[in-house]
Design a binder for this molecule. Sequence first.
Ligand code: HDD
Length: 705
Amino acid sequence: MTQQSNADKPLNAGATQDYRGEGGELHQVAGGDVPQMTTQGGAPIGDDQNTLKVGPRGPTLIEDQAFREKIFHFDHERIPERVVHARGFGVHGVFETYESLSDITRADMFQRAGEQTEMFVRFSTVAGNKGSADLARDVRGFACRFYSKEGNWDLVGNNIPVFFIQDAIKFPDLIHAAKQEPDRGFPQAQTAHDNFWDFMSLTPEAMHMALWIMSDRTIPRSFRFMEGFGVHTFRMINAEGKSTYVKFHWKPKQGLQSVVWNEALKLNGADPDFHRRDLWDAIQMGDYPEWELGLQLFDDEFADRFDFDVLDATKIIPEEEVPIRVVGKMTLNRVVDNFFQETEQVAFQTGNIVPGIDFTNDPLLQGRNFSYLDTQLKRLGGPNFTHIPVNAPRTEVRHFQQDGHMSMRNPKGRANYEPNSWGGAAGGPREAPRGMYQSFPAEEAGQKRRIRSETFADHYSQARQFYLSQTQTEQQHIADAFAFELSKVETVAIRARIVSHLLNVDEDLAKTVAKSLRLKEMPAPAEAAMPTRMDLKTSPKLSIILNGPESFKGRKVGVLVTDGVDAALLAGLKSAIQAEGAMMEIVAPMVGGVEASDGSWIEAKQKVDGGPSLLYDAVAVLASKDGASTLTKEATARDFVTDAFAHCKFIAYSAEAMPLFEKAGVAGDLDEGCVKLASAEDAKGFIVQCRKLRHWQREPNVNAV
Ligand code: HDD
């Protein structure tokens, strides 16, 4: 092989000694601080470009172990994706305990104020496959692992506090109905199809959840802006063995925010990775998202007098009834080093609890405790998945379980059973009753039967409470979502059956949906297991809009600029955005950037057709006169404006940009949510307005059907 100079050296060429081989192929040879490539067996590799052949054109030799090993490994790279929650995004974080909870739980991580506990959190969608898009209308998984000093505690929750079904035996049916229809293999990552709504319409217990999934909770703007819930009622047990019921809540310090449905539809095309990119960017930038952990604590006396069964996962306990006690804070502060290694291989289990935390008899939770352990065996291929670093507890593990596929840590020494006579270190670990995990000694008795408790029978009262707790805008979104989803259901009888349930929730909602579907006649209300529906007090905490942020912090403004953009105006806008803790992203006709009015060069992040206004919480169009005239001829620039307007975003613009608004057909409709910028002061005012996130008053004018 001959040493040659490479005019077109790769970016990192400085660290390597490159040469081209006989066939002209590039070799990067170890040297300096660049380590040498090896086989799995550790043997050094000198040529990773060519298989071993007999002569330059001859057959490839099967003895080429380096080649065979490389292809063999590649062929086996995939593991089964999760049967649900396949598409997820995991990050590391830390939990800080605010105060000792020793009166309530003996869980070690809650004993000391200021205690820091390492965490791993994986957000996910439920129905879509691993490669589906982030903005599917779907529940978001909110799975949290605490690596506590007394073992891993997994709080495997969702961003919605209730669930579709009451008993785990229905889970496979629910998921089969939600995922692709089995004969055709579509639709992907959406519930807008016959099978899903057929199942829902035949499952009245799902009606509360139906309202939640048709709300904007299922199209969050960011993982950072959604709540998390443990869903079930759990127990906390203190050192004296006293049990307190608990429901877990995660409250984002960033405030709640969702997108609108038309925006979600388009975002899935514009950036299928919208949510993961958002979290990745925020953490990489040092803008670490935070959630406070809240507990709803209650006793048997409350459980007995509450209108619903606390073991029923289709019900909430309103915060107004049992206030939330904030006990700590989670900060997500580190992205993974490797997606597969950590996010894909993390094996959450509801069964992973620690002393001081216990289950209740919620039949959904009881079933989950079997499913999660079982599924990891299938996914990760053997019983030793707890040896993988992301799954290994941070405490020392001592037991006599051994062997199996991919065992990394078998017990040392002679003893692999107990009791044994070896004593000392040779005898291995022993039980120690003090500090052991102790299940709450609940008294259980009853007939062995397949049965559902009568106390689970009210399927509509809380659905109604949820609906009536929403703002008018949100109620309209719920009606629109039902109409959209059911419009994709081809069987008219299924559409009508859902409306028959909605009649039991709220007559106006049912009528609006029926009208949007143009149902020829109104069905009779569905027969209810419990005929009396309660009118419960509304709970403002259930609204997203009423629980938004106080500032525009962590949000993003997209600024469409052209050559000749007013440099002072742009600088004023930038400093107003930065002062708020928000981000600015420049969109330009060409990604290389633009030349501003003062001759300075403004780098762009997006080319206009790759940076639609969908990507931003608010937008500005700062064009020069000539620039605006060019933009009028660019469809994607017109879309930038019309979409922002239709999605009720706050819009700022320079006077010169007006021709684009005219051409986009919105110049005559500009409202108080559209702000003309003539000075840095105007920019400050614009950002203050943006704190409201969306100009909802515009919606009736842009959403007439
Ligand atoms: Fe589940 C995954 C949340 C009911 C069976 N579930 C999974 C994940 C989340 C939830 C967040 C993803 C974990 C990760 O990121 O790896 N699941 C819930 C919630 C439920 C719920 C909040 C109701 C309150 N799940 C549920 C039932 C069953 C399962 C009733 C079965 C009886 N869930 C599974 C599973 C998965 C899973 C099949 C798939 C992959 C995995 O566990 O690790 O075992």
